[in-house]
Structures are given as structure tokens and as C-alpha cells.
Design a protein around this ligand. Structure first.
Ligand code: UDP
Ligand code: MG
Length: 320
């Protein structure tokens, strides 16, 4: 059984001032009961509420709290990466700021780690609380993701995770700019165990993940981890060519054998429009992949830090 020496907790947040002021005392009490050496890294993903002021104060007054302010809103995935880069603990926990990831579950998750798991990921036991639209969309997404080269993205797992240092180090080796974390967590492998829980309601404020943003997020995941859409286009092309060849034969035979006058403006226009549609869809799918390639080759940093308050475990470690 590994002996726990330190825990880092990474919290990406966007305008969560009210929630953070409830979450931090609760979280710190839980962490303190587990291990004397810990840090809470609050990554401010471009908040425009009172987060900067109140978290700076938290960091000043509590040596365990590190406040990392990004230079603008980079998105939750980038904020998570920033937190993981900064985390210096032997065990790292990632969680949301809105209290949908209860700190009280951390001791249970830690027990799994002590039992030999490298990563423990919280899985929502039900999605009953969500709209039918979102449930169907999520189901479809996980179904489509399934074809992703050997790895399997676990269904309904969020970003409430506890992981060993070696998992964090592996994640940091992945250089991509498009950080679809659920996929990256699955890609690195290791011994991952699910942990079932029922997420409570968000305490204050509203989720920023609206349907359109979720759709774009799903596209990020699909293009980052699957290539079957490209193959599907080739297969569709072959299938449609075969069909049009058979239809062509049918028209010729019909004309020769039965003297059917070749006519059919309606068929012509339908076929033309149908293929125009297929062509545009294909170009669109190709474009999605090319856009990601464009994003990657620019090789820009994943996030930029504006300020940091407090010293984390990684910086505190004394040189040998
Ligand atoms: N978040 C972030 N950057 C963003 C959007 C969200 O850091 O651009 C944070 C947010 O503050 C919260 C977590 O990500 O701590 C989850 O967000 P939310 O509760 O809106 O998502 P949901 O629970 O609906 O998945
Ligand atoms: Mg939430």
C-alpha cells in the first residue's frame, strides 16, 4: 500500500466567487484530515466577478492555497492543464468549483488509490436530472467515441478525478493543444477505477456548457480521438458510386429492351442535389480535421498565466 505524502487539488473556475467561498473551507478541512501536506490550486479561467480579489486574499491568508490567474478565458480543458502543470502533490485531485463534486467523497476515492488504483474517476450514477435532449446527445457521443483505436472513454465520467503522480506526469507528456481531457485521461491508460456518485445541483450560478458549446466540445473530442468519419466518407463514396453504376445500367437496359424514352428531370435534379449535399458534408468533415491540424501546427501555448499568488508544493520543494 503506497504511503500518502501530499495531495494537490486543482479547481478550474470561471466566475465562481460565491461557490469557491463555500467550497474552499469544506475542501481544506477534508484535505487536512487526510494528510498534513496539501495544496489547493485555484485556476482562474478569466473570471470577471470577484474571484480575483477574494482568491488573492485566500492565497495570502492560507499557505495551502495557490491562486493561478490565466490571462483570459482559455476554456476549462486548458485551465485543467494549467492546474495539472502546477500541481506538485503525490496524488492530484481535479474538481469543479460549483460543489457538484463534493469534497466529502475524496477520502473514499483515496481509499481506492491506496488499494492500488492509479486513477479514480467519479461517474454520475444517473443522468435523470438532465434534459432528454442532453441525455440522447451524450449517449450518441459516447457511442461514436467508441471507435477510437484501442482506448475506451468511460461513459458519464466527469472531471472529478483522483490520480497518482505517474498519471499526471504521463498527461504532461502529451503535447497536443486541443486538450480533450476525458480522452487524454483514457489515452494514458493505467489502472483506472470508476467511482459512482450522484452529483448534487450546482450551488450558485449557471453552467456555461450550453447545447451549442457541448456540440463543439463533442466535435473536439471526436476529431481528436477518432478517424472513422474520414473512412466513413470513403466508404460512402464507394457505395454511392456502385449504386449510381447500377442505376445507369438499369436506365440503359430499360431504354434498349422496352424503348423507354430517357426522361426524368425530377430524378436528375434530385441526384444532383443529393450529391452536392454529400460533397459539402465531406468537405465539412475534412475541414473539421484540417482546422484541428491548423490549431496544432501553430504550436501556441495551451494557456498563459497572468499572475500567481501563493507558492505551490512544486515550487516549495527544496533543491537537493
Ligand atoms: N469552467 C472553466 N472555464 C470555462 C467554463 C467552465 O474553468 O470556460 C469551470 C467552471 O467554473 C466549473 C467547471 O469548469 O468549475 C465546470 O463548469 P460547469 O459547472 O459550468 O459545467 P457542468 O457542471 O455543466 O459540466
Ligand atoms: Mg457544474
Amino acid at each position: 500500500m503506497p504511503r500518502l505524502s501530499s495531495i494537490s487539488c486543482v479547481i478550474p473556475c470561471l466566475n465562481e466567487d460565491a461557490n469557491l467561498n463555500v467550497l474552499l473551507p469544506e475542501l481544506i478541512a477534508v484535505l487536512r484530515s487526510l494528510v498534513p501536506v496539501f495544496e489547493v490550486i485555484v485556476v482562474d479561467d478569466g473570471s470577471i466577478d470577484g474571484t480575483a480579489l477574494s482568491m488573492s486574499r485566500w492565497a495570502d491568508e492560507n499557505p495551502e492555497v495557490v491562486y493561478l490567474q490565466l490571462s483570459r478565458n482559455f476554456g476549462k480543458e486548458a485551465a485543467l492543464s494549467a492546474g495539472l502543470d502546477a500541481a506538485g502533490g503525490q496524488v492530484v485531485v481535479t474538481m469543479d468549483a460549483d460543489l457538484q463534486h463534493p469534497p466529502a467523497l475524496i477520502p473514499e476515492m483515496l481509499k481506492r488509490w491506496e488499494g492500488g488504483a492509479d486513477m479514480v474517476y467519479a461517474v454520475r450514477a444517473t443522468r435523470e436530472d438532465e434534459s432528454a435532449f442532453k441525455r440522447v446527445g451524450t449517449k450518441l457521443f459516447y457511442q461514436l467515441m467508441r471507435e477510437s483505436g484501442g482506448m475506451r472513454v468511460p461513459e458519464n465520467a466527469g472531471d472529478f478525478r483522483l490520480m497518482d503522480r505517474k498519471v499526471v506526469d504521463a498527461l504532461m507528456l502529451l503535447p497536443e493543444r486541443n486538450r480533450f481531457m476525458k480522452g487524454l485521461f483514457a489515452w494514458v491508460g493505467f489502472r483506472a477505477e470508476p467511482f459512482y456518485y450522484s452529483p448534487p445541483e450546482r450551488l450558485h450560478g449557471a453552467s456555461t456548457f450550453k447545447p451549442f458549446k457541448l456540440f463543439r466540445f463533442a466535435l473536439d473530442g471526436l476529431t481528436a480521438f477518432t478517424t472513422w468519419p474520414l473512412r466513413l466518407l470513403s466508404i460512402a463514396g464507394i457505395g454511392l458510386s456502385a449504386l449510381s453504376f447500377i442505376y445507369g445500367l438499369f436506365i440503359i437496359i430499360n431504354h434498349w429492351l422496352y424503348g423507354d424514352a430517357v426522361q426524368g428531370w425530377a430524378t436528375l435534379i434530385i441526384v444532383v442535389l443529393f450529391f452536392a449535399g454529400i460533397n459539402l458534408i465531406s468537405v465539412g468533415v475534412l475541414g473539421e480535421y484540417i482546422a484541428r491540424i491548423f490549431g496544432e501546427v501553430k504550436n501556441r501555448p495551451i494557456y498563459i498565466v497572468r499572475t500567481q499568488k501563493g507558492t505551490g508544493l512544486a515550487d516549495r520543494a527544496s533543491p537537493p
